[in-house]
Design a protein around this ligand. Structure first.
Ligand SMILES: Nc1ncnc2c1ncn2[C@@H]1O[C@H](COP(=O)(O)OP(=O)(O)OP(=O)(O)O)[C@@H](O)[C@H]1O
Ligand SMILES: [Mg+2]
Length: 505
């Protein structure tokens, strides 16, 4: 079959960017190959537009109506249609095949034809062989071409998965986790909304576990956060800290039973609530009350016999840690406790000291705009920042997921070298992604508004070249998606008895 021409270069061309004109529609994400200067360069459409030679500049409705009628009678030729496409030059194809992509140094001359890219050319770039390249989906406009990502680069360069709600972030995480777990990798997913509770993997083993924290391993601030002592209750937090210190002195790890450490803290607070003067008593009673109710409420999270998070993670499987039902402050304390433990353990492993996690770990943080906020402090932000900066040395990869990119700390976001970007329509979100992502053009970021669920722009070192991809649909069950209110309302249920209902007549 002869090769088709996508269009011809028009206007001024740059070595890395030019425009083509075509007599047929061209779509964002289409690939072309231009031959010049002794090399073949692969390029991708990042903006597409159509126009009419006849209608150019005419805004008079009567003229447009008449031409439309003529076109209906005599065919589209009347309109003198043309299609323009901005193309980004991605790489010299031969260099990319050898794993060293590079942009040609000379601009192609205007009028040069741009050919449609062929399957083997695209596969050479997007489906490299080798164990570290794993499948994530197919090219959006060339469905026969598989897209593979470099799993090593998730560990060494980190990944951000960003989109509006319901466009496929958790699905992509499930696909990745299944494939990485299937290769014997260790993943830890903090399941904030219980979305992964039903995940069934095809290749990986999945282990679900509640977040269980040993209060003995907590700092004073962490315990106060986990017990939901608000930051403004600073005097109550100080009392709790004192009680914790006193309890630590009295607690004997060898002989005491689970729960006794918290009993001692409660006893300390109780003593302060009696042994006090004036205003002090109010603070102490408030702290005691808060401690008692939080302890009842979150009894399942605390266990004085629990091993450290790093010891609790099972290697070679997908560990789904249930952190649903926690307040934002508790979430921060719980996730940061896990992150610090995993990071420090891997650092010990790297230094050949005693450690539990013998091989690299990928941690997935959902709700990154809450846990890694742009405005305000969080303990998770400190540890995630550390993992983002130093994790590559010790083999801890960070995957940050969010629906509100503009609210994520920009420092951490810009450390996420790889990106999976799905539909994002808000200008401010697009702007913050652009400033955090190298090589993301304004044209391409605008195209994010037009993506459908499961369609993603992949950028950064985890792909050889930027790609518009249809991500595979995870086959195992994943809770999430929208609630079907109508079906739920219509499902027979044990509602109130007929006699309990008020008669509205
Ligand atoms: N790759 C895909 N192919 C086909 N459908 C998909 C794909 N990814 C997601 N979907 C559809 O979109 C729905 C929402 O996906 P998902 O739960 O992954 O979105 P999300 O971005 O995580 O949403 P939220 O921000 O609310 O957590 C899925 O239930 C599925 O129907
Ligand atoms: Mg989700």
């Amino acid at each position: 079959m002869s090769r088709r021409i996508l269009g011809y270069i028009v206007g001024e061309a740059l070595p890395y960017k030019f425009t083509i004109a075509s007599d047929r529609p061209v779509r964002v994400g289409d690939y072309g190959v231009v031959e010049h200067g002794g090399m073949r360069a692969l390029c991708m459409v990042e903006k597409a537009a159509s126009g009419s030679g006849v209608l150019a500049g005419s805004a008079r409705p009567m003229v447009v109506k008449r031409i439309h009628e003529l076109a209906e009678e005599r065919g589209e030729g009347v309109l003198d249609l043309y299609y323009l496409a901005s193309m980004q030059v991605l790489t010299d194809l031969d260099a990319a095949r050898e794993g060293r992509p590079r942009i040609p140094s000379e601009p192609p001359p205007p009028s040069t034809p741009v050919w449609e890219a062929e399957r083997d050319e695209l596969e050479g770039v997007y489906a490299p062989g080798g164990r570290r390249w794993i499948r994530i989906g197919r090219l959006l406009r060339n469905e026969e071409v598989e897209v593979r990502i470099d799993v090593n680069s998730i560990v060494t360069r980190h990944l951000a998965v960003l989109s509006m709600t319901g466009y496929g972030k958790s699905n992509l995480v499930a696909v990745l986790a299944d494939r990485i777990g299937g290769l014997g990798g260790t993943i830890v997913i903090f399941d904030v909304h219980g979305e992964y509770s039903g995940i069934r993997a095809k290749w990986a083993k999945v282990r679900r576990a509640p977040a269980v924290i040993n209060p003995l391993g907590l700092g004073e601030r962490e315990l106060a956060d986990l017990l939901d002592f608000p930051p403004q209750a600073s005097r109550q937090r100080i009392l709790l800290g004192e009680a914790m210190r006193n309890a630590r002195e009295r607690f004997d790890v060898e002989t005491m039973r689970s729960g006794e450490f918290l009993d001692i803290i409660e006893g300390e607070l109780g003593r302060k609530a009696v042994d006090c003067k004036g205003r002090e008593c109010e603070v102490a009673r408030g702290a005691l009350e808060r401690f008692r109710s939080a302890r009842r409420w979150y009894s399942s999270v605390f266990d004085t016999n629990a091993v450290s998070p790093a010891e609790s993670i099972v290697e070679g499987v997908v560990n789904v840690i249930d952190v649903s039902g926690l307040t934002d402050m508790q979430l921060d304390a719980a996730v940061s406790h896990y992150l610090s433990s995993i990071f420090l353990d891997r650092r010990r492993a790297y230094r050949r000291a005693r450690s539990n996690l013998k091989a690299p770990v990928v941690v997935v943080v959902e709700e990154a705009h809450v846990l890694l906020p742009a405005n305000g402090e969080s303990t998770t932000k400190q540890w995630a920042g550390r993992i983002a900066r130093e994790g590559r040395k010790f083999g801890v990869g960070l995957v940050a997921i969010s629906q509100r990119p503009r609210r994520i700390d920009q420092d951490v976001l810009s450390q996420m070298s790889s990106m999976a970007l799905m539909r994002i329509t808000q200008r401010e979100d697009q702007a913050s992604i652009r400033s955090a992502t190298e090589g993301l053009s304004e044209e391409l970021v605008e195209q994010l508004s037009g993506l459908n669920p499961g369609e993603a722009l992949l950028m950064g070192p985890w792909v050889r070249m930027p790609a518009l991809v249809k991500v595979d649909l995870h086959e195992g069950k994943l809770v999430g998606g929208d609630v079907d209110a109508m079906s739920e309302w219509q499902r027979p249920s044990s509602g109130p008895a007929e006699s309990d209902l008020l008669d509205l007549d």
